[in-house]
Design a protein around this ligand. Structure first.
Ligand SMILES: Nc1ncnc2c1ncn2[C@@H]1O[C@H](COP(=O)(O)OP(=O)(O)OP(=O)(O)O)[C@@H](O)[C@H]1O
Length: 766
């Protein structure tokens, strides 16, 4: 029998074991499921509901709680069984992907370690048939070639020799490919994986994790892990496998809801949504900075979003207003500005807080001046948030006093009379329920009238009280506006521009973080203390100020920060440090890792794109052959449209599943889209509100294509007019590096200087 047959026999045996396990579990699962259904059906039968006496209420409460706990526990175990089944079903088709034979130096015993997406024991629960890829011993597979090798366990390092390192492609229980590999994990397998068509959903890479990626995945020392990785080097992939790794490593301590990922746009969220479930793990919370902002500001204020800011900076005329705005954008991103805000917040302890009148039925009941007076008569040594708490209590007591006065007023009586039958009944019943123990007084019409007026007044004061609790009597807009009358590092023009903007009622995007930061200093910080691991992807787009803000929001989180400074596309990151800069981290608190190998694109595309950026020569392409990028230069609109359509047909014939026409801005995208639609080309336009992306041809502005990849990319207009400034270079690089197999650059007019800098040996010219 040859080696392959022997291996196939083993696969068959493991598949049988899996089938057996599935059967066993299904039987058990059936029981649990029925139990859950049964419990739900009889939930109310098994609780005693009696609320006549306080003791009975207690008993009812306890009985309800017990029943709910029982149901919860059964539901959890049902879910556990269900998850197990899902993983086993996945393993039945492909039980493992790797094997290492390892001889421990101490015992001289050799183990054959088979590695798959999850561990699998034999039926006696004695031997591992498959090891989870995250188990300590599995790191041998990712880190070593045959020869001396070692791995770390919680008990210490185990040394030995690796005799065999083998990879398998197993599909539907059949070995389709099998290779013994050297240092890096098989080029064959990677070739196969990377040569495939792009997917509208990212896949897990556990079978082919590279050594330097494995380092990121398993890193477990300093609180900050900062990864600078070139485009397509697997940063996002590594981050997601790292989540799965941490969930496994700390499975008794950490759950998915204690982790969170900040991603660049909502479409990216749907793009990566499958990776963790594919690995048998739950997804973690994902948000974008934009979503966080929306959540915080809600309808309180109008504000600009990051994309609109970028759109303005890319499309507006470069005049004085523009330059002033740019100054603001850049300065408000810095830690110096954060210090300005800190100083200003300190000064507010003595004076300067602005308040709003509290009104009731159109009349002022506590004026802003009264609130201000009250606030500033409180002990100045008490912090602002604590003083505000006192103000809340005082305001609430004022409201209560007012409530009492109002109850006997005429308008209340009128309202009672005007009450609809249903409303009346509702209030009546509510009152009755509350006063059951005292039933005889209920006949008393006077009492009823009293209770009704109380309820009516309460109806009006309830929202006021809620607003007081939420500190909405603070006039945050005015407070923030006054910051620009204090001393800051901004020029007078930039400060005035901000105030003017605020007077129109809208917050610039660059003001959102400082605004929320100041608000937190005044109201007391919002913190997410349950988040233990925070992941920030596309970190180059965050400013030092935003980072300081995030650190305050997540004080107990270890952070994994990943990005590529060559893809920094926001104006605040120009000539400024960003989240990848070492000077933002305290000494010894952060580890910096670099990824230089790029996997996404063919060798030809990488050879081209690496010349677009300074230092690009250090980028190492993964050797996957393809065709050279194509440049199609045209002189007129007609020619441009004609060649666009011709290119689309040509790429379409190659059966690519995803083709992206990438534009610099939303404005350009809209134009391209209109042209294509008028020519009956089936195409979708992606904008900032698009949440998923689909197969076929799409038109998309670069900043929304961040982090995503396509089979073929067609740059809609790579002309010099479109791409000439420093920021354009990053946009251009980001756009070109989205392509996996083919890249075409169309230009209307002279090609961009970034292309002209490159020797024509690296692209075809048409
Ligand atoms: N070890 C690997 N095995 C298989 N595929 C990989 C590996 N590493 C990366 N890839 C693939 O390379 C592509 C790029 O990976 P990913 O999107 O994680 O890179 P990135 O560094 O986040 O890219 P960018 O910064 O350009 O958005 C993906 O298709 C991913 O599946």
């Amino acid at each position: 029998m040859d080696e392959r047959q022997r291996e196939q026999e083993r696969v068959d045996k493991v598949v049988q074991e899996i089938e057996q396990k599935v059967e066993d579990i299904q039987e058990k699962a059936g029981d649990v499921k029925e139990e859950v259904i049964g419990l739900r059906e009889t939930f109310w039968e098994d609780v005693t509901v009696n609320i006549d006496e306080p003791d009975d209420i207690m008993e009812t409460y306890n009985s309800l709680r017990q029943q709910a706990e029982l149901l919860g526990e059964r539901e959890r175990s049902h879910k556990h069984v269900y998850d197990q089944l899902k993983t086993l079903k996945r393993m039945k088709s492909s039980p493992y992907f790797g094997r290492v034979d390892f001889t421990e130096a101490r015992s001289q015993e050799t183990d054959q370690v088979y590695i798959g997406i999850s561990s699998l024991m034999d039926r006696q629960d004695e031997n591992f048939l498959v090891y989870d890829w995250r188990a300590p011993i599995s790191s041998l597979y990712y880190d070593y070639s045959p020869g001396p090798a070692e791995y770390d366990t919680p008990e210490g390092t185990i040394e030995g020799t690796m005799d065999v390192k083998r990879q398998y492609i197993i599909r539907q229980g059949e070995i389709k490919g099998m290779f013994d590999t050297g240092v890096t994990i098989g080029d064959e397998l990677l070739q196969e994986v990377l040569g495939n068509q792009a997917n509208t959903q990212m896949k897990s890479i556990v079978a082919t994790i590279q050594k330097e990626q494995n380092q990121i995945i398993r890193y477990d020392q300093r609180p900050f892990l900062v990864v600078q990785g070139v485009a397509g080097s697997g940063k996002t992939s590594a981050a997601l496998q790292r989540v799965a790794y941490l969930l496994y490593r700390y499975r008794t301590k950490i759950t998915a809801d204690q982790m969170m990922l900040f991603s660049p746009n909502p479409m990216f969220n749907s793009y990566v949504a499958n990776v963790l479930p594919e690995l048998g793990e739950e997804n973690i919370a994902q948000t974008t900075f934009q979503e966080y902002m929306e959540d915080r500001l809600q309808t309180r204020l109008q504000y600009e979003d990051a994309y609109d800011q970028l759109e303005y900076l890319l499309t507006a005329e470069r005049n004085e207003t523009y330059e002033t705005r740019l100054e603001g954008v850049q300065y408000k991103a810095t830690l110096q500005f954060k210090e300005d805000v800190d100083h200003y917040a300190d000064s507010l302890a003595k004076k300067g807080l602005a308040f709003k009148n509290i009104k009731f039925r159109g009349e002022i009941i506590v004026s802003k001046e009264e609130i201000e007076n009250h606030f500033y008569t409180l002990d100045p040594f008490i912090s602002i948030p604590n003083r505000l708490e006192e103000v809340v209590n005082w305001l609430l007591s004022e409201i209560e006093a007012m409530e009492k006065r109002e109850r006997s007023k005429e308008w209340v009586e009128e309202e009672i009379e005007l009450l609809g039958k249903e409303e009346y009944l509702k209030i009546h019943q509510k009152l009755q329920a509350g006063y059951r123990g005292n039933a005889e007084t209920f006949d008393d019409a006077v009492l009823e009238q009293k209770l009704l007026s109380k309820a009516i007044v309460k109806k009006y004061t309830k929202p006021i009280k809620r607003k007081i609790h939420d500190l909405q009597f603070l006039n945050m807009k005015t407070i923030y506006k006054s910051l620009f009358q204090s001393r800051t590092g901004l020029s007078k023009e930039a400060a005035n521009q901000t105030t003017d903007q605020l007077e129109h009622g809208t917050l610039f995007y660059e003001d959102v973080t400082p605004f929320l930061y100041l608000e937190d200093l005044i109201k007391g910080t919002h913190i997410y203390n349950h988040i233990r691991y925070l992941f920030i992807d596309e970190a180059q787009d965050y400013s030092p100020f935003q980072f300081a803000f995030l650190k305050k929001l997540f004080p107990y989180s270890r952070m994994t920060v990943l990005g590529d400074y060559n893809q920094a596309i926001y104006a605040h990151t120009l000539h400024a440090p960003n989240l990848l800069s070492e000077d933002l981290y305290e000494a010894n608190r952060a580890e910096y890792l670099t990824l230089l190998r790029s996997y996404r694109s063919t060798r030809q595309i990488i050879e081209f794109t690496k010349q677009l950026i300074p230092g690009g020569e250090s980028i190492q392409p993964f050797n996957r052959e393809g065709v050279m990028p194509l440049l199609v230069s045209t002189a007129t609109q007609e020619e441009h449209q004609h060649s666009l359509i011709k290119e689309l047909y040509r790429l379409g014939e190659k059966k690519y599943e995803t083709i992206a026409i990438i534009c610099k801005t939303a404005e350009e995208s809209q134009k391209a889209y209109d042209v294509l639609v008028s020519k009956d080309i089936p195409v979708r336009l992606m904008d900032k509100d698009t949440y998923t992306f689909t197969k076929g041809i799409i038109v998309i502005p670069v900043y929304l294509a961040k982090g995503i990849e396509f089979d073929a990319v067609l740059l809609h207009d790579a002309s010099d007019e479109n791409y000439q400034f420093q920021l354009d270079r990053h946009l251009f690089y980001t756009a070109c590096t989205r392509a996996m197999h083919e890249l075409s650059l169309l230009t209307l007019g002279e090609p961009s200087r970034f292309i002209r800098e490159i020797s024509t040996d690296y692209y075809k010219y048409k």
